[in-house]
Design a protein around this ligand. Sequence first.
Ligand code: ADP
Length: 484
Amino acid sequence: MTLQSVVDELRERPGTGEVIPVIDPATEEQIAEFTDCGEDAVDDAVARARATFESGVWHGLPARERAKIMWRIADLMDQHVDELAELDSLNTGMPLVQAQNIMPTCAEFFRYYAGWCTKLDGAAYDVRMTGGITGAHASMHAYTIKEPFGVVGHIIPWNGPMMTACAKLAPALAAGCSNVLKPAEETPLSALLLVKLIAQAGVPDGVVNLLTGNGHTAGAALAAHPDVDKIAFTGSTEVGKQIVRAAAGNLKKVLLELGGKSPVLIYDDADLETAIKVAAGGIFVHSGQGCVCGSRIFVQRSVYDQVVDGVAQAANAAKLGGPKEKGSRIGPLISQKQLTRVMGFIDEGKRDGVEVVTGGHRLDRRGYFVHPTVLTNVDPAMRLYQQEIFGPVVTILPFDDDDEAVAMANDTTYGLAATVWTNNLSRAHRLAKRLESGTITLNCQLVFDHAVPFGGYKQSGWGLEYGREGIETYMQTKSVWTQL
Ligand code: ADP
């Protein structure tokens, strides 16, 4: 599908609400527009998904057949890797090479979870009951069945449209669920191609349904819908809480992958050159618009100045530019709204006496580019220290010992990821236990594998994605008892 055909198809999609422009964040120019699908479209999509679930046209297939179709999705994605990468990079502003690197990982979700289709077995239990209701001693046979949840609504953010869509659809399809996918209103382009490839691979009509609409309309209606069994959401903690409230109506289950304010602890015995390089990349990549970005760096006092200098140098060396600009390593923020929000945090910090070591301003060019920014002299009570900024902004503070480092690292409502840089093995593992976070990375950052569970502690989420846990998210367990 060429860009023009995606744009045309998006424009033709029926809707009843406002006309939503799709903006290229690197140029601020409009690349497409579409009409908010409205609430009737949500009802229709859920009804179609429900009908396929009731008929069993997908979850009733032999598991090996579902697996074959999922492999085909991955193969088709590989064949269309250039188009998918182009759509996501144009729409999000991320460098084209970065999008090209990500796409095979997205496709791999379908292969990884294809393998699980044939392994979704329950367990058998040999139970001796003594003195049940009848008072009799009885031998029982009990077993569990793993069943797909039913109709799942997937609400996707704009920062990694394909990655988050595939991370949710692949395990949900492997589990046998029927699905409604709502990409972010800022980034609907790649989802149009993805659902086409899914259909082409042989997933029956109605098993994956696309909604193109706003969060407060289509997203909210999906989250509140009485016939949706589960919502899988990636996005801000604030919207996550709204989804939980909306889900209360029918007590639908909710998977939440939310924000972070991830700490990075750098000790004086670490390989400092690597730590500085990776910690800088760990916040400035994708202009800080990643939930696991390490936005708070804490440094042992003896090497504090060295690390601040090093991260600032990396910030100044970072080449910002549009997706196809030569040598560009970092793209713009996604939108004017996000630019205003990020600059609001920075300007407030400046007024409150924060020291701007480097950055602190948008670039003097078209596009929502913010210079990678390093802040010191930060008071932990400040909003910019407590809240997720989702921009290329890092605070760096010194610490003296483990207790102080852990206390500062854990002083947040979030708990998504935490990193320790040290060559002291015992300390690394002691800290891994003490840090309140769903993922701990030791002497590395931003690592990922489809098989390793991922989820947030505290207000960073509910439930787990990836790995075995990631497919169990889309299944429920039924216990069956038999009197022998
Ligand atoms: P941001 O605020 O940075 O745009 P969000 O967390 O709001 O990020 O967006 C993530 C996804 O949640 C998007 O698909 C968006 O449309 C959707 N969304 C936003 N508000 C709501 C809501 N009230 N109910 C359901 N979905 C929503």
